[in-house]
Write a protein that binds this ligand. Structure first.
Ligand SMILES: Cc1cc2nc3c(=O)[nH]c(=O)nc-3n(C[C@H](O)[C@H](O)[C@H](O)COP(=O)(O)OP(=O)(O)OC[C@H]3O[C@@H](n4cnc5c(N)ncnc54)[C@H](O)[C@@H]3O)c2cc1C
Length: 415
C-alpha cells in the first residue's frame, strides 16, 4: 500500500486497514462514497500485524460476503475447503464430528493464510476508485462534533494532516487507540495463555478435515492448508510459551505430537512459528458521536472457535446494510447520523454477546479440571452426538448463519 489522495473531506474514514478495515472499505465500494483508509503499517512490512502467517478459517457467511463483493473466486483459489470438523478431549475416549454433507453444504468453511488473503484484499483496494489509502499513517487524535468528526493523522512528515468525515470507523484492532479516543472503555481479561501457530507435514493426508483437540494446557487446532500441510494453533500457558517457542523443531514436534496423538500419523517438517497473547476484550459501547467500532476493536476473542474475523465481518455486513438503507434517500443521507449508529449497535449487540459467551465458555469448560465441569463436558460431547438437531444448531453458529442476516451475509450485493 502506498499513500494516496490529498483530499481532506470524506464521507467515511476507516482507522485501521487490517483484515476488517480493508474488507469494510471494499464492501462499501458500490455505494459510491468518498472513503479513506488510514493504516499504520506499510503493506509488505514484516511487522504488519493483521496480514501475517496465521491461517484463518472463513465461515460460510464470510464466504457469501466475499461472493457478493466479487472477490470469492480469487480467495477460494488460494483457500482449502473444510469438509468436516473433528472435536476430541485429551484423556477421554471418543470424539464428535460435524460433516458438511450432513449440513447440506459443500464446505463448513475455508482456510486461507492471512498474508494471502491480505494480498487479494489490498490489491482490490488499490484498484478501487473513490477510496484513498493513507499508509503508513497513524491516527493520533480525533475530535467528534455533532456535524463532523476530525482525525489528526501522522503521515511521517513534519506536519500532521487533519481529515474530516461524517463517520469515523475504528477498525484498529483489539488494543484500539481510536476506541480510547472515542471515550469507550473495553473490558480486557488475559487468558494467561498464548497461541503458538505455524504449519507442518502430517504423515496421513489431512484431507479437508479440521481438528479441535482440548488438552490440559488448552485447545489445539489443526486446519487443512495448501499442499496437504496442516496449520496448527496450539494454546499453551503464558508461563510455558517461551520454552515451547525456543524448542528445536524435533523437540517441538515431539511435544505437539504428544498433545495431538497419531490420528494423522507422524508429524514432520514444521515451518516458522509465531506466538500471540490471548485476551478476551469487549467494548462496553459500540458507538460514540459520529463514530463506531468494528472487528477486534469491538471484541477480541480466544481463537478456540475460529470466529474473531468472521464475527468482525458480520459487523461489517450490518454496518454496510445500515449505510445502504440510509443511502437510498440521497437528500437526507448522513452515514454518521445518530439513528443509523443506534440501529447498527442494536443489531450487533446480541450476536457479539452470544459469540463472546460461547467462546469464553468453551475455554473455561474445556480448560477446567474441576469435576463438575469435567462431567459437564463429557455430557456436552455426548449430547453433541446424541441429541437430534444440536449439531445443526452448533454448525449454523459456526458457519455464521444464525439470527437476522444482513444483505452481504446472505450473498446479496449492496447495490
Ligand atoms: C492465533 C489466532 C488465530 C485466529 N484464527 C482465526 C480464525 O481461524 N477465524 C477467525 O474468524 N478469526 C481468527 N482469529 C481472529 C482474527 O485474526 C481477528 O479477529 C482479526 O485479525 C481482526 O481483524 P481487525 O482488522 O479487526 O484487527 P487487526 O487484525 O488487529 O488489524 C488492525 C489494523 O489497524 C492498524 N492500526 C492500529 N492502530 C492504528 C492507528 N492508530 N491508526 C491507523 N492504523 C492503526 C494495525 O496496523 C492493523 O493493520 C485468530 C486470531 C489469532 C490470534
Amino acid at each position: 500500500m502506498s499513500s494516496s489522495g490529498q483530499h481532506n473531506q470524506y464521507d467515511i474514514v476507516i482507522a485501521g486497514g487490517g483484515m476488517i478495515g480493508t474488507s469494510l472499505a471494499l464492501a462499501l465500494a458500490p455505494l459510491g462514497l468518498r472513503v479513506a483508509v488510514v493504516e499504520a503499517v506499510a503493506r509488505r512490512a514484516p511487522g504488519q500485524p493483521s496480514f501475517d502467517d496465521r491461517s484463518t478459517a472463513l465461515s460460510r457467511s464470510t464466504q457469501r460476503m466475499f461472493e457478493a463483493m466479487g472477490l470469492w473466486p480469487e480467495i477460494v483459489a488460494a483457500a482449502t475447503r473444510i469438509s468436516s470438523i473433528h472435536v476430541s478431549d485429551q484423556g477421554r475416549f471418543g470424539f464428535s464430528h460435524i460433516e458438511a454433507e450432513e449440513q447440506g453444504v459443500e464446505a463448513l468453511g475455508y482456510v486461507v493464510i492471512n498474508r494471502v488473503l491480505g494480498g487479494v484484499l489490498q490489491n482490490a483496494l488499490e484498484r478501487q476508485a473513490g477510496v484513498d489509502i493513507l499508509c503508513p499513517a497513524r491516527i493520533m487524535a480525533i475530535e467528534l462534533g455533532p456535524e463532523r468528526a476530525t482525525a489528526t493523522v501522522d503521515t511521517g512528515t513534519d506536519e500532521h494532516r487533519n481529515i474530516t468525515c461524517s463517520l469515523l470507523v475504528a477498525a484498529d484492532g483489539a488494543n484500539s487507540s481510536v476506541r480510547e479516543m472515542m471515550g469507550i472503555t473495553a473490558r480486557q481479561q488475559s487468558y494467561g495463555q498464548r497461541a503458538v501457530i505455524g504449519n507442518l507435514q502430517p504423515e496421513k493426508a489431512i484431507d479437508h478435515r479440521a481438528f479441535e483437540r482440548f488438552t490440559e494446557q488448552g485447545p489445539l487446532a489443526l486446519l487443512p492448508v495448501a499442499d496437504d500441510r496442516a496449520g496448527f494453533v496450539w494454546t499453551v500457558s503464558e508461563s510455558d510459551a517461551e520454552r515451547v517457542m525456543a524448542l528445536d523443531d524435533d523437540a517441538f514436534i515431539t511435544e505437539l505430537q504428544r498433545e495431538f496423538g497419531y490420528r494423522l500419523g507422524s508429524f514432520s517438517r514444521v515451518g516458522k512459528r509465531a506466538s500471540y497473547p490471548l485476551t478476551l476484550s469487549k467494548a462496553l459501547r459500540l458507538t460514540a458521536t459520529r463514530s463506531v467500532l468494528v472487528g477486534n476493536a469491538a471484541h477480541g476473542l480466544h481463537p478456540v472457535s475460529a470466529q474473531g474475523f468472521n464475527l468482525g465481518m458480520r459487523d461489517v455486513a450490518a454496518l454496510c446494510d445500515c449505510i445502504a438503507d440510509a443511502r437510498a434517500d440521497a437528500d437526507t443521507f448522513d452515514p454518521g447520523a445518530p439513528r443509523l449508529l443506534r440501529s447498527y449497535a442494536d443489531w450487533r449487540r446480541g450476536d457479539q454477546k452470544k459469540l463472546v459467551r460461547f467462546t469464553d465458555g468453551l475455554v473455561h469448560l474445556f480448560g477446567s479440571e474441576r469435576r463438575p465441569l469435567r462431567a459437564a463436558r463429557g455430557i456436552g460431547m455426548l449430547a453433541f452426538d446424541l441429541v437430534p438437531g444440536i449439531r445443526s444448531v452448533f454448525a449454523k453458529h459456526t458457519m455464521g448463519l444464525a439470527g437476522r442476516l444482513p444483505r452481504l451475509s446472505r450473498g446479496v450485493p449492496l447495490k
